[in-house]
Write a protein that binds this ligand. Sequence first.
Ligand code: PEP
Length: 257
Amino acid sequence: MPIIRKKLIAGNWKMNKSAGDGAALAKELLEAIGRETAVDVVLCPPFTALESVGHALEGQALKLGAQNMHPERNGAFTGEISAEMLRTLYVSHVILGHSERRQFFGDTDAFVNQKVLAALAHELRPILCVGETLAERESGATLTVVQRQLEAGLSGVKAEQITTVIVAYEPVWAIGTGKVATTEQAQEVHAFIRELLGQLFGAALAQKVRILYGGSMKPANAPELLAQKDIDGGLIGGASLEARSFIELVKAALAAV
Ligand code: PEP
């Protein structure tokens, strides 16, 4: 019997939405898709809106995610937030290794790995982002880069933990640019990631891990991407900031189930 992976649509709001605006958007989304349970939906507001959005989502199927965290429990890390702190706000997911963190804030593979392990230790589901830059794609290094980021990011993760990890393939050249990877380009890398997960954790577990696509996913291109064998959902930036487009994306995922 084929393994059915529940599709997941996550909205990465980045540095957008105040506490009030975030809660208002969450309420709008709840009205339209709050009762949908066939697809997992995760909202990732900035830290300052986690509490208000969390209140809006209380008792509902939509889940709350953070966009980053520090691996230590507490201490002298000015400006940082720990897994434990996120847990007190009822956060269940955390985006780690996003290319903007890697590019602008110096997150290395080793640091991302520390965060993944700390998230798992605190029962947070990491959404581990991997993906190549345009220069890396053009030089034919896509799979090498993705392999390095994935293996390093998952170092020390135990087989029994891997199905709580969500991987997001996000070609850096497609993020916020309007340039979406073709379905063939995306599926090729997703299949490669699943094969690598199979080598690391065994084929049966690899079949259960969700691999999201991220990079200018919109209602217009989502149905084709979501129909690919190894694309289990989307990590959405720009199109998650408006209720209408995000709802359409969730509906596209529902239609792809
Ligand atoms: C992202 O930053 O995770 C992302 C996919 O952004 P966008 O959808 O805007 O390309």
